[in-house]
Design a protein around this ligand. Sequence first.
Ligand code: FNR
Length: 362
Amino acid sequence: MTSETSGETTAQRKDDHIRLAMEQHAPQAARDYDHVRFVHHALAGGARDTVDVASPAFGWPVPLYVTGMTGGTAKAAEINRGLGIVARETGLPVACGSMGIVLRQPEVADSFTVLRRENPQGFVMANTNANVTGADAARIVEIMGADALQVHVNAAQETAMPEGDRDFTRWEGNIAAIVDALEVPVIVKEVGAGLSRGTVAALRDAGVAGVDLAGRGGTDFSAIESARRTDSGRHYLAGWGQSSVASLLEAAGLEGVGAIGPVAGGGEAGRVALLASGGVRHPLDVVRALALGADAVGVAGQFLHVLTTAGVDALVALVEEWLVEIADLMALLGARDVAGLRQTDVLVTGPLREYAELRGID
Ligand code: FNR
């Protein structure tokens, strides 16, 4: 991600990330999502055929997307080719990993842009760190032919990296400059440590079109960076931050954030799209996040695991099955659309409730 050192080091790190994220992968582990429960109303169900799963954000036809992962190596190119095909076949919006390397080594651009070549009509997001200038961000969007730009903010990951950034003071100003320089929407995301209420409000005020909470509970980059070291590393940073559901509680009710009103994702013209990713295991987690206010839900590690172990066709089948199950769950809950899910009775229990109480969230 950030800390773009020499090309070889960056490429090695990207392959390390893929390998270590897959070693870390544990989809059934208990997560904060398990503390989000729906009150069951036995007569309130709807009909699956009348359910509309469209996301209120960016005109997306589905409330699910593949969030940013990789690029820059031969292995990453193969992964992006697979993700591009999956996106084309299922209609999912899709993102690549950090493209900063492309500015220094244009010869690796293909390993990212394969995502667009395989998916010419779909919604494709480029990805960069928050150290780039507006002009560099515009260049990255142009190279990808992207519909939006993800900008990642990953201070905990950087701190876990010996070669990582140690000065994060320019990010907020850089993000505002990137927003000004681009014609496409800018979505600011974490990489697995979540966003707080104050951060989401600051990003809204900087004019972003979307925030991706990317919370704790799934891929853990602080742990991955420690695992890349020969010494014990900063292993104590594993688990830093808050989960996506805790971040959703943080963002709840913030003016101008989320899509209860007009279409989200319009930056100054509309509401800031509220996207949730991090630790999503199955369609019920997706529906839980949507009920807590997310406009769409992103998956990284879990889809990468299926792609690398079972192949493209298996991931296409899985995504199609998830979309059916999301509609099934919406019918079970009597929600005709994503807005309807927000009218359901949701209970927040256990440590998540304690978190909300400590943070003064109702
Ligand atoms: C990532 N992620 C990521 N994010 C980003 O903004 N730029 C990047 O380059 C990467 N690189 C990357 C590589 C790999 C192998 C993985 C698995 C993930 C983070 C990703 O977008 C997401 O925020 C987290 O992985 C949390 O989601 P999951 O994995 O728990 O679904």
